[in-house]
Design a protein around this ligand. Sequence first.
Ligand code: SF4
Length: 439
Amino acid sequence: MAASLRRWYTEEMEIHRLGDLEIVIEKWGSRDYAKVSYPLRYGCFSEIISPDVTCQFGQNGELRFLQGRGPNWPHPAEWLKRSAGGDWIYYSAGEYREIYDLFGEYYVPRLSYRSNCIFSNDPFQNDLVKATLQAWGSLCERLRQFLQDIPTGSLRAFVERVCENDPGELHNRAERLHALLGGRVTVLPPDTRHVDYDVIPVVVADGCLYHCAFCSVKSARTFQPRSPANVRAQIQGLRELYARDLYNYNSIFLGHHDALAAGSEPIEFSASRAYETLEMESSHMKGARLFLFGSADSLLSSREDVFRTIHRLPFHTHINVGLESADPETLAAIGKPITAQCVEKAFERMLEINRDYPNLEVSANFVCGGQLPPGHLPSLVSLTREKLDRYWEKGALYLSPLLDGVPLQGNEKRKLLLDFREVKMRARMPTYLYLIQRL
Ligand code: SF4
């Protein structure tokens, strides 16, 4: 096939034309994650624009973002994003103000798998979205045909990388990630929204302390920290897997469900090792962040030196703690084996840590929706209002809809949103809905 090649440079990036494709190599996005009402790109990426689709790629030539072109695409601010775990996520823009109130972001991540989303319309059923996902495979085929005519140089190197990462290889890369970690990351902390869920996962402990009946993301394993050798091997494998694209990451998630319960040594070892080996200091993105889950018991049993140690790490750290309810009847109904007193103490401890450690931020999850006992909402409002003397920006309250994959309709949805508003208006801290997202 005869490819018409033209090439010109701008100050910051190379732009090439290949037949009807425009190829932009090394576009520079923002160095800071930001809450903005338009699609902002982060890090360094490359782009291919065809008549049907715009594709954006990470530094290894792996596809990260897709958008259909033309007037029928649902919304100019809406995109598909591919996670490192191999899932497609549809960034729905909808009505900005309402979305921001609900989620703290200007978009709703719509997932291609069962979760607890409250919205019923499924963008993955949209014909143009389906066609755009398929267009990507065809584009790979076309690029392969062009390849023989492209002289050695940066364009050829880029097109080769993209062709190597065709849909089959992207699937293999995701499988390699899961295998490296010893299984899939079934849930990310809600705070990872602050870095657009772009975290590199390192597993420091399997299982959790409670195995609550209501939980849809738990593992059957009993809580067990990983050995230092296992953590070292994971991090080395992650370095090889993320390779050139490490430059675009500045955040680590220490998995799985209660890394805080592993104690200060494993946390310090894993976080420091990841920071060095994954070259967080040289990342294009500013301000390294660390994310982990805790629990009521791990928060209360961790001595002060645990938080001092975390505070000294070269990260701003977010710990998310699942408290679920301050009402004894609700805790029993959802099968969470802790007492309301324990929840209250953990909530107070969270507030103390947020006040005492500038580099550390603890947020809490509570359940909402479903057929919860009548005491749940009043106990939540009272806890999140009366334990604070004024409104505090630091930390957050996340309300997680109890849905298990079945979107809400009519009155049920209205009731959930009314309950959410009630808590949001009365709690003295930022309050959002938590949509469970995996990696
Ligand atoms: S909510 Fe947390 S502690 Fe309870 S089962 Fe799920 S992961 Fe384990």
